[in-house]
Design a protein around this ligand. Structure first.
Ligand SMILES: Nc1nc2c(ncn2[C@@H]2O[C@H](COP(=O)(O)OP(=O)(O)O)[C@@H](O)[C@H]2O)c(=O)[nH]1
Ligand SMILES: [Mg+2]
Length: 303
């Protein structure tokens, strides 16, 4: 007999609800990228948190939204797929936005799936609202769906996060740990490294462009001195996009490289030599190989 607990907790919610922020805080490392822009998380990312005798495997999912493109449809499929595989589902809601149409449609789907697993509610970004507002939102949400439990948190500042973690650890089934104790993510480092670069691009580029590019790690070479040399490719759709990504005199790509390298060094604890190439690939959004590299299923994107 073991007194260990282990299992999967899926974080679902609208884009920008704070799922990735919560995952990173729970894990204590940046395994999922966070930006102020919607739909940054593309694939299902698992982050592993140890809590006493419990191993909580958080499944960060792309946001749930009305998909338009093939990539969007594959992302939404990955999000619900992540929920289906989990022992517990945590729905994240933004306190200051309340019950939006998007939240309503997620709750509708939860009703259809009812009974499949435990569903808890986490009202996030409580730093942005006043207490009375929070109470009426909690009431309204619990009328809309019979949540097992409600937490009020700030993923960014940490309020309420320990309570949520305690509860999850206790609710998860008694089970041997699923991953080695020191592992923090199931994504290979080469993919986390590509995500780091995509985060920096998303932070620096305007409007639609971040959604029209993808980053892949082409080559990872461990050096005898303990450092690593990483080659990455940014695929963009047009010549003009390439120019924007490079920036005047290569300034944009240079600052992206520096920032991404710092993140990868922190993640790996090693010195990193990062080389980034930008390639124009007009049809990358229709290439199944690109989806596989992102951890998505190309056919999930079929209409
Ligand atoms: N004010 C506030 N902002 C937050 C909080 N949690 C996340 N955010 C911000 O919300 C934005 C979206 O967060 P992210 O984790 O990428 O959301 P995701 O799309 O659900 O993964 C980012 O700018 C975060 O910094 C919070 O508790 N309070
Ligand atoms: Mg995210």
């Amino acid at each position: 007999m073991t007194n260990k607990h282990a299992g999967f907790v899926a974080l679902i919610g609208e884009p920008n609800a704070g799922k990735s922020t919560l995952l990173n805080r729970m894990v204590g490392a940046k395994v999922s990228i966070v930006t102020h822009k919607v739909q940054t998380t593309r694939a299902r990312i698992r982050g592993i948190a140890m809590h006493g005798q419990a191993q909580i495997v958080f499944v960060d999912t792309p946001g749930l939204f009305k998909p338009r493109r093939r990539l969007d449809r594959a992302m939404v499929a990955a999000a619900w797929g992540g929920a289906a595989d989990a022992d517990i589902v945590v729905l994240l809601i933004e306190a200051h936005r309340g019950i939006t149409d998007g939240v309503r449609s997620i709750i509708d789907t939860l009703h259809v799936r009812k009974g499949e697993q435990i569903v808890a509610l986490a009202i996030n970004k409580i730093d942005r609202v006043q207490a009375p507002e929070l109470l009426s939102l909690t009431e309204a949400l619990n009328q809309a769906y019979p949540f097992e439990k409600t937490f009020m948190i700030s993923a960014e500042r940490g309020h309420g996060v320990e309570d949520l973690k305690d509860w999850l650890a206790a609710e998860l089934p008694v089970h041997e740990w699923l991953y080695p104790e020191d592992e923090i993510s199931d994504l290979p480092l080469r993919m986390l490294a590509a995500e780091a670069t995509r985060e920096k691009l998303t932070l620096r580029l305007h409007e639609e462009l971040p959604y029209q590019l993808t980053v892949e790690t082409e080559n990872w070479e461990d050096k005898p001195d303990g450092s690593a040399k990483i080659d990455q490719i940014i695929y963009v759709m047009r010549d003009g996009h390439k120019g924007i990504v490079l920036g005047k005199g290569g300034e944009t790509i240079k600052s992206v490289n520096q920032a991404a390298r710092a993140d990868i060094e922190e993640l790996t604890g090693r010195k990193i030599h990062l080389f980034i190439t930008v390639k124009v690939r007009p049809n990358w959004l229709e290439e199944s190989e690109r989806f596989t590299e992102m951890g998505l299923n190309f056919r999930d994107g079929n209409e």
